[in-house]
Design a protein around this ligand. Structure first.
Ligand code: SF4
Length: 478
């Protein structure tokens, strides 16, 4: 709820039958990953055709612009802009016509060496239509197609030039490829739809097609799907993994399973661990709907205190994420949420949210709980303090924006008007996810980056800057 904005979701489907409706439905299932624009590219038998537009899937891809779109292989994309600008020209999929046919790409993540690559290739006479790192990847694949005349080698060569986070679906004429960067920052999984196969950011989309989840694409793997086969080209090298912890904490739907861990269960674990790390003398646990709900339920179970709905959400107010500035988003929150008085009035209330970035929304919500008669308001957060920017596809770009960098825990508690504030520890978060810490990216909470970023500390680096790694302990202020 008060967490960061995400970047994108991707899908690719190959089937015996027309794939357009399957892609459309899958994009709606991953709509939460991006609401700025949506698009579909299909191979229609003679070439690749793309339809895309601004807004939600059902607006961007409607009866009018989709009526002539047909094909048995295609890819799709929903987008929230991150590294690129918000221009419509950066909507995806992005197409390119080459001597080897038409290619189209859909990308989730950010390439961290994009500026260097762009400068380098501009110097070699290349031109770019967009400011998107996805176009760079498509151009690199095209360059290597000239050399190898074969997509797998071309994609692998592109991967050797780019750094950072990318889960991709790529259409090369009628062939569909899925790619996950060697660290596996962003999710991508494979399913069987009954009539073919699907690649998609989150497993919940597979179920919506009444399909069966098969497996996650492995970090560094390239897969090709057809209506009857999955061809795998694993990463030839071994590299450390760095799955983004925010996928479980905030971005993904609770009913998705990412890298073997169900999002809902992880969030419930977070709440249960948080209840032990940061207990409080309270009457009721409630959530910031909707993203804090599973964490709050876990807290209530762990603390053996009743869970109640404490805020009613008005679903007909415009979506806060499409509003252009922070102030308008905050005002929309006031219109969107109203407290349920019987949960709150005269009670010692504990409210759980998934994460805090700026903290402005939570401040307003606490004020609303006080106005509704809460005797005490305690706040618990299912993510350690966010202190460092993300370079891997999440809209958290500067250290100045994080409340945890501006104020101490005492000051944040006071400024928010809370009686107590507690964050889960990094150790607790890792335990809740249930994967080894070395397989996770935790850079935005521990300031140690899994890839080399100029001016930042690498996670295997041991220097004086390690002092800046100020979290790791349970953060709880009563
Ligand atoms: Fe995810 Fe944070 Fe790593 Fe970005 S820095 S990939 S948000 S864990």
């Amino acid at each position: 709820m008060t967490g960061p904005r995400h970047s994108c979701g991707v899908v690719g489907v190959s089937s015996k039958f027309d794939v357009v409706l399957d892609i459309h439905r899958s994009l709606r299932m991953i709509q939460h990953r991006g609401q700025e624009s949506a698009g579909i590219s299909v191979f229609d038998g003679s070439g690749v055709r793309t339809v895309k537009g601004d807004g939600l899937v059902q607006v961007a891809l409607n009866e009018n612009n989709m009526k002539d779109l047909h094909g048995t292989s295609g890819i799709g994309h929903v987008r929230y802009p991150s590294a690129s600008s918000k221009d419509s020209i950066n909507a995806q999929p992005i197409d390119m016509h080459t001597s080897h046919g038409t290619m189209s790409i859909a990308h989730n993540g950010d390439i961290t060496n994009y500026s260097e690559l762009r400068t380098n290739y501009l110097g070699q006479g290349w031109s770019f239509l967009t400011s998107s790192d996805s176009e760079m990847m498509l151009k690199l694949i095209s360059k290597y197609m000239q050399q190898y005349k074969e997509p797998i080698k071309a994609i692998r060569s592109m991967m050797s030039e780019v750094d950072g986070a990318y889960s991709l679906t790529i259409l090369v004429n009628n062939r569909i490829f899925g790619v996950r960067d060697p660290y596996g920052f962003r999710p991508l999984c494979i399913g069987n739809t009954g009539d073919g196969h699907i690649l998609v950011s989150e497993s919940t989309a597979i179920e919506s097609l009444r399909g069966k989840f098969i497996r996650d694409v492995m970090p560094g793997e390239i897969v090709e799907i057809t209506d009857s086969k999955i061809l795998s080209y694993p990463n030839p090298a071994t590299s450390p993994k760095a799955h983004c912890m925010f996928e479980w904490i905030y971005f993904a739907r609770p009913d998705s399973v990412i890298d073997g861990r169900e999002v809902y269960l992880v969030r419930k674990n977070v709440g249960m661990i948080l209840s032990k790390e940061c207990p409080a003398d309270i009457d009721v646990v409630m959530s910031v709907p909707d993203s804090g709900r599973s964490h709050a339920l876990g807290y209530a179970i762990g603390a053996k205190v009743p869970y109640e709905e404490g805020f009613m959400k008005n679903r007909f107010v415009e979506r806060t994420f499409i509003l252009p500035d922070q102030k308008q988003r905050e005002e929309a929150v006031m219109m969107k949420m109203s407290p349920i008085k019987s949960t709150v009035n005269g009670k010692k209330v504990l409210i759980v949210d998934d994460s805090i970035v700026r903290g402005t929304t939570l401040l307003k919500l606490i004020g609303m709980l006080r106005d509704a008669g809460a005797k005490e308001v305690h706040v618990r957060i299912g993510c350690p303090p966010v202190i460092a920017p993300c370079y891997y596809g999440v809209d958290m770009k500067t250290r100045e924006q994080f409340i945890a960098n501006k104020f101490s825990l005492d000051e944040i508690t006071r400024r928010m008007g809370a009686d107590s504030l507690g964050y889960i520890s990094i150790e607790g978060l890792v335990k809740a996810i249930g994967l080894p810490e070395s397989d996770l990216c935790l850079a935005c909470v521990n300031n140690r980056y899994p890839t080399h970023i100029k001016g930042e500390v690498h996670r295997f680096q041991s220097t004086l800057q390690d002092d800046f790694d100020k979290t790791g302990q349970s953060k709880c202020k009563k």
